[in-house]
Design a binder for this molecule. Structure first.
Ligand code: SF4
Length: 243
Protein backbone atom coordinates (compact mmCIF):
# COMPACT_ATOMS: atom_id res chain seq x y z
CA UNK A 1 0.00 0.00 0.00
CA UNK A 2 1.44 3.40 -0.98
CA UNK A 3 2.28 6.02 1.67
CA UNK A 4 -0.31 8.33 0.15
CA UNK A 5 -3.01 5.69 0.58
CA UNK A 6 -1.99 5.03 4.20
CA UNK A 7 -2.21 8.77 4.99
CA UNK A 8 -5.61 8.99 3.28
CA UNK A 9 -6.89 6.02 5.30
CA UNK A 10 -5.68 7.63 8.53
CA UNK A 11 -7.45 10.89 7.60
CA UNK A 12 -10.70 9.04 6.91
CA UNK A 13 -10.45 7.23 10.27
CA UNK A 14 -9.81 10.54 12.10
CA UNK A 15 -12.81 12.14 10.36
CA UNK A 16 -15.00 9.17 11.27
CA UNK A 17 -13.90 9.55 14.89
CA UNK A 18 -14.83 13.25 14.92
CA UNK A 19 -18.25 12.49 13.42
CA UNK A 20 -18.77 9.74 16.01
CA UNK A 21 -17.85 12.12 18.84
CA UNK A 22 -20.11 14.90 17.56
CA UNK A 23 -22.93 12.38 17.25
CA UNK A 24 -22.56 11.24 20.86
CA UNK A 25 -22.37 14.87 22.08
CA UNK A 26 -25.56 15.71 20.19
CA UNK A 27 -27.33 12.60 21.51
CA UNK A 28 -26.15 13.37 25.04
CA UNK A 29 -27.38 16.97 25.08
CA UNK A 30 -30.47 16.10 23.04
CA UNK A 31 -31.52 13.54 25.67
CA UNK A 32 -31.17 16.24 28.32
CA UNK A 33 -33.60 18.40 26.39
CA UNK A 34 -31.10 20.93 25.00
CA UNK A 35 -32.15 22.54 21.75
CA UNK A 36 -28.80 24.27 21.27
CA UNK A 37 -25.31 22.92 21.81
CA UNK A 38 -23.26 24.59 24.59
CA UNK A 39 -20.32 25.93 22.58
CA UNK A 40 -17.64 24.89 25.09
CA UNK A 41 -18.28 21.21 24.58
CA UNK A 42 -17.00 21.46 21.00
CA UNK A 43 -13.53 21.56 22.52
CA UNK A 44 -14.17 17.96 23.57
CA UNK A 45 -13.96 16.85 19.96
CA UNK A 46 -10.43 15.53 19.58
CA UNK A 47 -8.96 13.27 16.98
CA UNK A 48 -6.33 11.57 19.14
CA UNK A 49 -6.66 8.76 21.69
CA UNK A 50 -7.57 11.29 24.40
CA UNK A 51 -11.08 11.41 22.94
CA UNK A 52 -11.81 7.91 24.28
CA UNK A 53 -10.93 9.09 27.79
CA UNK A 54 -13.20 12.12 27.45
CA UNK A 55 -16.10 9.84 26.66
CA UNK A 56 -15.59 7.22 29.34
CA UNK A 57 -18.55 6.52 31.60
CA UNK A 58 -17.13 8.39 34.59
CA UNK A 59 -16.62 11.54 32.49
CA UNK A 60 -20.09 11.28 30.98
CA UNK A 61 -21.61 11.02 34.46
CA UNK A 62 -19.66 14.11 35.48
CA UNK A 63 -20.98 16.01 32.43
CA UNK A 64 -24.49 14.91 33.32
CA UNK A 65 -24.10 16.12 36.91
CA UNK A 66 -22.79 19.41 35.57
CA UNK A 67 -25.79 19.78 33.29
CA UNK A 68 -28.20 19.20 36.17
CA UNK A 69 -26.47 22.12 37.86
CA UNK A 70 -28.32 23.87 40.67
CA UNK A 71 -31.54 22.49 39.20
CA UNK A 72 -34.91 24.14 39.75
CA UNK A 73 -36.77 22.34 36.97
CA UNK A 74 -39.41 21.15 39.46
CA UNK A 75 -40.84 22.26 42.83
CA UNK A 76 -38.71 19.78 44.80
CA UNK A 77 -35.81 22.22 44.43
CA UNK A 78 -37.47 24.51 46.98
CA UNK A 79 -37.06 22.24 50.02
CA UNK A 80 -33.83 20.45 49.28
CA UNK A 81 -30.42 20.95 50.91
CA UNK A 82 -28.44 18.99 48.32
CA UNK A 83 -29.12 17.33 45.01
CA UNK A 84 -28.50 13.61 45.43
CA UNK A 85 -27.12 12.61 42.05
CA UNK A 86 -26.02 9.03 42.78
CA UNK A 87 -22.73 7.30 43.40
CA UNK A 88 -20.75 4.19 42.73
CA UNK A 89 -18.88 2.45 39.97
CA UNK A 90 -19.58 3.98 36.53
CA UNK A 91 -18.77 0.54 35.04
CA UNK A 92 -21.07 -1.31 37.44
CA UNK A 93 -22.85 -4.45 36.23
CA UNK A 94 -25.46 -3.95 38.92
CA UNK A 95 -27.40 -0.78 39.62
CA UNK A 96 -29.85 -0.04 42.47
CA UNK A 97 -32.52 2.59 41.91
CA UNK A 98 -34.71 3.92 44.69
CA UNK A 99 -37.41 6.57 44.49
CA UNK A 100 -36.12 9.73 46.22
CA UNK A 101 -33.63 10.94 48.82
CA UNK A 102 -34.69 11.05 52.46
CA UNK A 103 -33.60 13.40 55.24
CA UNK A 104 -30.11 11.98 55.78
CA UNK A 105 -29.46 11.72 52.02
CA UNK A 106 -30.58 15.31 51.52
CA UNK A 107 -28.18 16.51 54.23
CA UNK A 108 -25.20 14.50 52.97
CA UNK A 109 -25.93 14.70 49.23
CA UNK A 110 -25.44 10.91 48.97
CA UNK A 111 -27.97 8.16 48.20
CA UNK A 112 -29.06 5.58 50.80
CA UNK A 113 -27.02 6.69 53.81
CA UNK A 114 -29.71 6.61 56.55
CA UNK A 115 -31.13 3.53 58.28
CA UNK A 116 -32.62 2.24 55.01
CA UNK A 117 -29.24 2.84 53.37
CA UNK A 118 -27.48 0.75 55.98
CA UNK A 119 -29.89 -2.09 55.25
CA UNK A 120 -29.21 -1.73 51.53
CA UNK A 121 -25.45 -1.80 52.20
CA UNK A 122 -25.90 -5.05 54.14
CA UNK A 123 -27.82 -6.54 51.21
CA UNK A 124 -25.11 -5.46 48.75
CA UNK A 125 -22.44 -7.04 50.95
CA UNK A 126 -24.45 -10.21 51.42
CA UNK A 127 -24.54 -10.44 47.62
CA UNK A 128 -20.74 -10.42 47.63
CA UNK A 129 -20.21 -6.82 46.52
CA UNK A 130 -19.12 -3.58 48.13
CA UNK A 131 -21.01 -0.31 47.68
CA UNK A 132 -18.22 0.97 45.46
CA UNK A 133 -18.72 -1.99 43.06
CA UNK A 134 -22.34 -1.11 42.24
CA UNK A 135 -24.08 2.14 41.28
CA UNK A 136 -26.84 3.60 43.48
CA UNK A 137 -29.27 6.32 42.39
CA UNK A 138 -32.87 7.49 42.74
CA UNK A 139 -35.65 8.34 40.32
CA UNK A 140 -35.82 11.95 41.61
CA UNK A 141 -32.75 13.74 42.85
CA UNK A 142 -34.24 16.04 45.50
CA UNK A 143 -35.97 15.17 48.75
CA UNK A 144 -39.77 15.51 48.70
CA UNK A 145 -41.09 17.46 51.72
CA UNK A 146 -41.85 15.28 54.77
CA UNK A 147 -40.60 12.28 52.77
CA UNK A 148 -43.85 12.13 50.80
CA UNK A 149 -43.89 10.17 47.54
CA UNK A 150 -42.63 12.15 44.56
CA UNK A 151 -45.55 13.34 42.44
CA UNK A 152 -46.18 12.37 38.82
CA UNK A 153 -45.08 15.68 37.32
CA UNK A 154 -41.92 15.75 39.46
CA UNK A 155 -41.03 12.23 38.32
CA UNK A 156 -41.79 13.13 34.71
CA UNK A 157 -39.40 16.11 34.83
CA UNK A 158 -36.57 14.45 36.76
CA UNK A 159 -36.57 10.94 35.32
CA UNK A 160 -34.59 12.00 32.25
CA UNK A 161 -31.54 12.17 34.54
CA UNK A 162 -31.80 8.63 35.88
CA UNK A 163 -32.57 7.40 32.36
CA UNK A 164 -29.37 9.06 31.20
CA UNK A 165 -27.42 7.54 34.12
CA UNK A 166 -28.66 4.08 33.11
CA UNK A 167 -27.83 4.75 29.47
CA UNK A 168 -24.27 5.77 30.40
CA UNK A 169 -23.61 2.97 32.91
CA UNK A 170 -25.35 0.23 30.89
CA UNK A 171 -25.60 -2.21 33.80
CA UNK A 172 -26.46 -5.85 33.18
CA UNK A 173 -29.12 -5.79 35.91
CA UNK A 174 -31.08 -3.05 37.67
CA UNK A 175 -32.68 -3.72 41.03
CA UNK A 176 -35.49 -1.22 41.52
CA UNK A 177 -36.25 -0.50 45.15
CA UNK A 178 -39.90 0.11 45.94
CA UNK A 179 -43.09 0.69 44.01
CA UNK A 180 -42.36 4.10 42.51
CA UNK A 181 -39.01 3.09 41.09
CA UNK A 182 -40.46 -0.08 39.54
CA UNK A 183 -43.56 1.66 38.16
CA UNK A 184 -41.45 4.45 36.64
CA UNK A 185 -38.92 2.15 34.99
CA UNK A 186 -41.54 -0.32 33.75
CA UNK A 187 -43.77 2.57 32.65
CA UNK A 188 -46.98 1.44 34.34
CA UNK A 189 -48.23 3.19 37.48
CA UNK A 190 -50.94 0.60 38.16
CA UNK A 191 -48.51 -2.21 38.99
CA UNK A 192 -48.53 -3.54 42.54
CA UNK A 193 -45.28 -4.46 44.29
CA UNK A 194 -46.69 -7.75 45.56
CA UNK A 195 -47.41 -8.95 42.03
CA UNK A 196 -44.23 -7.73 40.31
CA UNK A 197 -41.41 -8.25 42.79
CA UNK A 198 -39.27 -11.29 42.20
CA UNK A 199 -39.93 -11.27 38.44
CA UNK A 200 -37.59 -9.96 35.79
CA UNK A 201 -38.79 -7.17 33.48
CA UNK A 202 -37.09 -5.62 30.49
CA UNK A 203 -35.85 -2.03 30.68
CA UNK A 204 -34.44 -1.11 27.25
CA UNK A 205 -32.62 -4.45 27.01
CA UNK A 206 -31.47 -4.39 30.65
CA UNK A 207 -32.74 -7.00 33.15
CA UNK A 208 -34.88 -5.23 35.74
CA UNK A 209 -35.73 -6.88 39.07
CA UNK A 210 -38.24 -5.02 41.25
CA UNK A 211 -37.94 -5.64 44.97
CA UNK A 212 -39.03 -3.96 48.20
CA UNK A 213 -37.59 -0.63 49.30
CA UNK A 214 -35.28 -1.03 52.34
CA UNK A 215 -37.42 1.52 54.23
CA UNK A 216 -40.38 -0.86 53.78
CA UNK A 217 -38.24 -3.75 55.03
CA UNK A 218 -37.34 -1.79 58.17
CA UNK A 219 -41.08 -1.56 58.89
CA UNK A 220 -41.77 -5.14 57.75
CA UNK A 221 -38.68 -7.20 58.61
CA UNK A 222 -40.58 -10.44 58.02
CA UNK A 223 -40.38 -9.69 54.26
CA UNK A 224 -36.58 -9.43 54.21
CA UNK A 225 -36.28 -13.03 53.02
CA UNK A 226 -38.33 -12.14 49.92
CA UNK A 227 -35.84 -9.43 48.97
CA UNK A 228 -33.00 -11.87 49.59
CA UNK A 229 -34.65 -14.37 47.28
CA UNK A 230 -34.97 -11.62 44.61
CA UNK A 231 -31.27 -10.79 45.10
CA UNK A 232 -30.35 -14.43 44.59
CA UNK A 233 -32.19 -14.47 41.26
CA UNK A 234 -30.18 -11.39 40.28
CA UNK A 235 -26.91 -13.08 41.24
CA UNK A 236 -27.85 -16.10 39.11
CA UNK A 237 -28.65 -13.81 36.16
CA UNK A 238 -25.36 -11.92 36.57
CA UNK A 239 -23.45 -15.19 36.74
CA UNK A 240 -25.08 -16.36 33.51
CA UNK A 241 -24.13 -13.21 31.58
CA UNK A 242 -20.41 -12.72 31.11
CA UNK A 243 -18.64 -9.43 30.44
S1 SF4 B 1 -36.02 16.68 41.61
FE1 SF4 B 1 -34.87 16.62 39.70
S2 SF4 B 1 -35.93 18.02 38.31
FE2 SF4 B 1 -36.64 18.46 40.40
S3 SF4 B 1 -35.31 20.12 41.08
FE3 SF4 B 1 -34.38 18.19 41.78
S4 SF4 B 1 -32.92 17.62 40.17
FE4 SF4 B 1 -34.31 19.18 39.32
Amino acid sequence: MSNELIVKKKEIKATEKIVENIKSILEFYGALGFEMLPIKCLSLVKTNDQSDKLFDKGSLLKYLRKEIGDCNRCRLSKGRTNIVFGEGNPDARLMFIGEAPGREEDLQGRPFVGDAGRLLTRLIEKMGYKRKDVYIANIVKCRPPMNRDPEKDEIEICKVFVEKQIEIIKPVVIISLGRISAQTLIGNDRLKMTSIRGNFFDYKGIHLMPTFHPAYLLRNPKDKWLTWSDAQKVLERLKGIKG
